[in-house]
Ligand binder design. Sequence first.
Ligand code: C5P
Length: 313
Amino acid sequence: MHSYTLRAPAKINLFLEILGSRSDGFHELVMILQSIALADELTVRANGIEQIRLTCSDVKLPSDASNLAYRAAQLMVQNFPKAYARFGGVDITLTKKIPMAAGLAGGSADAAAVLVGLDLLWQLGLTRPELQSLAAQLGSDIPFCVGGGTAIATGRGEKLAPLPDVEGLWLVLAKHRSIEVSTPWAYQTYRQQFGANYLNDRPAQQARSQEIHASPLVQAINHRNADQIAQALHNDLEKVVLPHQAPVAELRQALKNAGGLGTMMSGSGPTVFTLCRDQAEAEQVKAIAAETVSNSDVDFWVTQTVNHGIQVM
Ligand code: C5P
């Protein structure tokens, strides 16, 4: 087999709490991450010319080392030089469906797909923990994107504890096409505004993290109770992104007013989502919200939660 095509699902945050600072400059987090059906597609193909070449369906996306998917291939080359020499270079074709800088981990999902794809192409037989440890070197969300499903993520976001799958929940996503939020900006601004309240000693951070493991949201996930999941959604980064981006706050309100079970921003935004009882309700929420905002700059997606990360197609 000289090529593989992979599906790389986006994620939403059902929960994101910033606990405090870390010595590496990142933040200690507790998140509950959930894969969704909205996904990019990647093909990895041996090209036999000892080069990494990336082609993207979206011309706005860089195709050099500033693209995380390219850096994922570089990392595999560094770690497995013999396989690189044996199989030659790789052509990566990326078809984007997940909006960029949206809080949906689109770039992280693509990088995870390159790691999984090259593992297959180069017949390395890496285990899930081995792939996730490589993934953690590239970005905080990438280990989750490898396996996907539903999980509690702690540390920088790279330490994962699986939760029971809650696939098949319908949701509506909404995002302004022209608004992108820089994740470093969101965390830096949060630190400036709320850093005084940080839990800065490890035992206090760990205790709070343990509390989340027994929280109403985790119980709701254990019981697959969509209504209770929706009631317990939380994202600390809303406190900095919504006041800074009035259109996002308005879109969030419009989506909330349109019905459904509960509304929240995902990650560092600006995507907002509403969990719904079923597909019909999701379509209705989308239609009502679209009419309220009546703005051609806003994209909507009706999608579902899924129980997997990177999948071979
Ligand atoms: O790891 P990743 O590249 O996704 O992180 C992007 C940025 O988000 C980091 O450079 C940092 O500014 C911020 N971040 C953080 N703490 C985390 C994860 C991300 O401060 N746990």
